[in-house]
Write a protein that binds this ligand. Sequence first.
Ligand SMILES: [Fe+2]
Length: 230
Amino acid sequence: MRGTITQDSLQQVLDHYSAGDWNAERVLITGDLIQDDSAEAYERFRELLLPLNMRMHCVPGNHDVRELMRAACVRPPFSYCAKEEIGDWLLVGLDSCIEGEAGGEVAAEELDRFDEIVAASDAKHVMVCLHHPPIPLGSTWLDTVKLKNGDELLQRLQQSGRVRLLIFGHVHQPYDGEHNGIRIIGTPSTCRQFKPGSDDFAVDERSPAYRRIQLGADGSIDTQLIWIDA
Ligand SMILES: [Fe+2]
């Protein structure tokens, strides 16, 4: 992919995590797992991540193939657009993809599914994971492929009164903001990055990255972005 072997850069990220002393309990993977539309790529993805030996929540991105990804990611320890209660937190994965388009939209049925999941839970705090950002990032080309109904999504999330955090992928650069009490966080890719603030498509020379997120019982969110060359 643009001069980088993505399997190698993902492995570097995994090795960086394994060499550190920070032990996660879950992995959140926010889409665009593969590029070549093959079932074999998803199997390779599974093999690479399985040694982490923990539950891994996956949501699809615009480069994924839903049927192939679902088949690979519904098999434990992976899950696909799933929900899970962990202590005081409820975690919900949403599908924001539109077949054949780079931009996204959370469909009405998916918004309803979210409301039902939250209504059935006593968790005090909710974290939402999806691929597309619900807000503009100030990058002209990327903002044309964000979530089409970001305002609608954020309004629905706010109505629940319990959503504290939304994380997304897609943009290959860091983002950390807030919208009416909901923290909104984007994380760079495990492969190549895009240049922030760019009007046209442009790659950045920064290293692969991942993010640590710690969720407090009081609803607090502690997060640290890890560039693997830092
Ligand atoms: Fe994407």
